[in-house]
Design a protein around this ligand. Structure first.
Ligand SMILES: N[C@@H](CCC(=O)N[C@@H](CS)C(=O)NCC(=O)O)C(=O)O
Length: 205
């Protein structure tokens, strides 16, 4: 297989998704770190050579760069049991991965980043004004997940897929954004199930 390099900021859930997928599949990754708090993904070199969108994660596959966390997980898991073969289940897995990027990550991950990494006192007025809407959006995403997971083991079918990995990444650290997961018991039970998967690695190893 071509050499794989993960360009990352280790505490990021989007980067962790890729490490978790690789670990569950037993695929080795070389890791290259950037401090996003110091703008290291916005340098001319990074923009020209790694990702013109100025963000990590990026999975480098040989000489090619693949940005977007969920795309990188799909590349890694191609042909594995983490991607359903059944046509509906395959599309349903993608449905939850798009939900993660549109309804979950912009709310749950953004509040975690603002509160636990930047600090509420350092936010701009515009960011502070967005907190209530982001919190409401995050709670709505968690409530929908809880309803879906009630009476089910995993998001799609009856096995772990990339939908679970994508949603696990920021849900299990939602407390760092002041979300109280005790209100979502089916989510809490599912987090424990994902954490018990053979080959699982924690975000902070
Ligand atoms: N949709 C992208 C989001 C990537 C993203 O927002 N990356 C953040 C960290 S998680 C980043 O690089 N921020 C630094 C910056 O924007 O300068 C993905 O899923 O990979």
């Amino acid at each position: 297989m071509e050499k794989l390099v993960l360009h990352e900021y280790a505490p990021s859930g989007n980067c962790y998704k890729i490490r978790l997928t690789a670990a569950l599949l037993g695929v080795p990754l070389e890791r290259r770190g950037y401090d996003i708090l110091k703008g290291e993904t916005r340098t001319p070199d990074f923009l020209a050579q790694v990702n013109a969108n100025g963000r990590i994660p990026v999975l480098q596959i040989g000489a090619r760069q693949l940005p977007e966390s969920n795309a990188a997980c799909v590349w890694l898991a191609h042909g594995s049991g983490l991607i359903p073969v059944d046509r509906f289940d395959h599309a349903d897995m993608l449905r939850w991965m798009f939900f993660e990027q549109y309804n979950h990550e912009p709310n749950v991950a953004t509040l975690r980043f603002w509160l636990a990494f930047i600090g509420e006192e350092n936010l701009t007025d515009a960011q502070r004004a967005q907190i209530p809407a982001r919190r409401a959006g995050g709670e709505a995403a968690l409530a929908l997940m809880d309803e879906h997971l009630t009476g089910r083991g995993y998001f799609v079918g009856d096995a772990l897929t990339l939908a679970d990995i994508a949603l696990f990444a920021y849900t299990h650290v939602a407390g760092e954004g002041d979300f109280d997961l005790a209100a979502y018991p089916a989510v809490v039970a599912w987090l424990a199930r994902v954490s018990a998967a053979p080959g699982f690695v924690p975000l902070r190893a």
